[in-house]
Design a binder for this molecule. Sequence first.
Ligand code: HEM
Ligand SMILES: *[C@@H]1O[C@H](CO)[C@@H](O)[C@H](O)[C@H]1NC(C)=O
Ligand SMILES: *[C@@H]1O[C@H](CO)[C@@H](O)[C@H](O)[C@H]1NC(C)=O
Ligand SMILES: *[C@@H]1O[C@H](CO)[C@@H](O)[C@H](O)[C@H]1NC(C)=O
Length: 541
Amino acid sequence: MFRLLLTALVPLFVLYGVACYRSLQRNIRRARESGFKYVVAPVYFQSMPWILQQEALLPILRRLPKALTRSWLPLSLFFRIWDSGYEPFETIGADTFIVASPGGNVLWTCEPEIIMQLSNRHADFTKPVDMLGILNLYGPTITASEGEEHRKYRKIASPSFNETTHRTVWREAIHQAESMLEAWNRDGGLVSDLNLNANRFTLHVLSKALFNKEMPWDTNAVKAHGHELTYAEAIGAAFKYNHTLFMTPRAVLNHSPLQGHKLAKQAYTEFRRYMEEMVDEQKKAADSGGGLEEGNLLENFVNARQRNDALRIPDAAVFGNLFIFILAGHETSANTMSFALSLLACRPDFQEALRADVEARTDDRDPATWNYPQDYTRLMEGHVGALMSETMRLFTVLPFFPTTNERAQILSVGGVKHVVAPKTLFMINTGAVHRNPKHWSMPDPPSSFQPELWLSGNAPLPGLFIPFAEGFRSCMGSRFARVEFCAAIATICKNYTVMPDGGVGQAALRKAEEQVFSGVGFELGLKLKTPILLRFVSRAS
Ligand code: HEM
Ligand SMILES: *[C@@H]1O[C@H](CO)[C@@H](O)[C@H](O)[C@H]1NC(C)=O
Ligand SMILES: *[C@@H]1O[C@H](CO)[C@@H](O)[C@H](O)[C@H]1NC(C)=O
Ligand SMILES: *[C@@H]1O[C@H](CO)[C@@H](O)[C@H](O)[C@H]1NC(C)=O
C-alpha cells in the first residue's frame, strides 16, 4: 500500500519540481532582462500557503545561515515588511530591485522616480484585484476593483468627501474628544487600551460624518432591537475574526460547528444586518421625497442603486463599499492617533511646545469655538501638523502598496530605461521610502522620532513622503483623516498632559519610546500591538 502510494506520488512531486524549476528559470531570465538588480527567492510574496505558514516557519528559517536568507527573506515576510525598513535595499545596494521566485516576480521599490511612474500611469499599472479580492466580504469594493468599475465607485463616493463633511468631521471629533477625556478623567486618567479607545473615537466620527449616525461616547451598552451585538461590537468582532472571514468559504462558515467559526459567522451576520438597517432607513428617506440629489456617503451609495445612468450599481456593491469605507477609514486613523499620543508621551518637551503652539494659534479659545477651516489650517501649519507628518513617516499604516501590469512596461530611472515583463507585482515600500538614509536624517534608534523636522515648512519632494499613496489610487479620506487627527490632538493637548505610566525620568521615557518602536505589528494595517500604559492628567487639577 505504502509502496503503491509512493510510486504514485514520486512522479507527481518530480513533475511539480520540474514545473517550479522551469518557471523559476523563466522568471530569473525576465528579471535579468529588465536590467534591474535581482535576487532569487524560493517563495512568492503573495502565495497564500506561504502567507499562512510563514510566522510558524520563521524560527526555523532564522536558524539557517544568514548568507542563505539575507537577500530574499526580509521582503518575503508579509507581516514584517515595516520591521526591516530600508535594510533590504541596503543589503542589495539598490533602491529598486526584483525578487524572482517560482510563483512570480516582485519588483520592490523605495525610489521616488519609480514611485511616481507607478502611481501616475494608471492605465499601465493596475491594482492586483485577484489578491485584493479577499476584501470583497460583503460585495464588490472600490479597493478590489479596476477600470470602469473602480471609476464608478470613486465617482459615487467622492462628492461626499466635501467641505461640509469635513466641517462635520471637525465638530464631531472635538465633541467626541471632549467626551472621551471626561470619561478618562472620571476613571483616574489611566488608559490601558489606547487602541480600543482610538478605534471607538474614529468609528464614532466616521459614522456621524459618512452615515449621519450619532454615537455618543458612552453608547457602548446599547444593543439595537433584535441584535445580539451592538453596532460597535459587531464591527469589532468582524475585524477580530478577519482571518476566519477572509479565508473560510461562506458555505463552510454557515454550517461549521467550530466555536471560532460560529463567532465569526455571528460577527459577519450582525454587521451585515446593521448595514442593511442603515440602507433600509436611507431607502425610506429617499422614497419619501428625498430624491437622488447628492448627500453623504451612505445616501450616495444607496441612491446609486436607483440611478438610470452609467453610475447605477447593484445592491451587493452598496454593502461591499460601506464595509470597505468603514475598514479603510477607521483603524487607519485610530492607529495613527495611538502612535502619535504614545510618542507625545515620550517627548514632554515637544508636547509642551505643541500645547503652547495650539494656544497661540487659537488665541487660547475653547475647542468648542474652534472653526473649520480657519483654525484647522492654522494648527496644521504648526506642531500638530508636524506631529502627524512625523508619526505617519515612521509608522506607515500601510507599509506597502501593490500594483501589477498586464503588458510589458518601461520604467525609467535617471534616464535609463528598463523593460519589465507582464504580470510583475510592483510593491511600493513606504516603510523604506520614509526611512531611506539618503533622504532622511536617521539618528540612532529609538530617537528616530523627529517632529521638529517638519517645522521648517519645507515640503518633501514628490514621492518621498507617501503615507496616503500618490495619484489615481491614492487615499480618498486623506483630508478627512487630517481634519480628524488635528481636532483630536489639539483638543486633548489643550487641557491634558499625556505621560507614560512608568514615569517621566529620562530613563523611563527612553524605555517607553523603545517600547513604542518594538511593539509594532502589522495586521490589516500597522498598529501598536503592545500599547504602553498612558496617563492623561487634567491641567485644571
Ligand atoms: C491616517 C489615516 C489613513 C491612512 C494612512 C490612509 C492611507 C491610505 C493609502 C496608503 C491608500 C492607498 C492604498 C493602496 O494603494 O493600496 C488608501 C486608500 C484608500 N483610503 Fe485611506 N488612509 C487613511 C484614512 C482613510 C479614511 C479616514 C478614509 C475614509 C473615510 C479612507 C478611505 C480610503 C479609500 C476608499 C481608499 C481606496 C481608494 C481607491 O482605491 O481608489 N482612508 N488609504
Ligand atoms: C479646558 O479647561 C478650560 C479652563 O480650565 C475649561 O473651561 C474647559 O471646559 C476645559 N475643556 C475640556 C475639554 O476639558
Ligand atoms: C485579524 O485576525 C488576526 C488573526 O486572527 C488577529 O491576530 C488580528 O488581531 C485581527 N485584526 C484585527 C484588526 O482585529
Ligand atoms: C456634501 O456632503 C454633505 C454630507 O456631509 C451632503 O449633505 C451634501 O449634499 C454634499 N454636497 C455636495 C455638493 O455634494
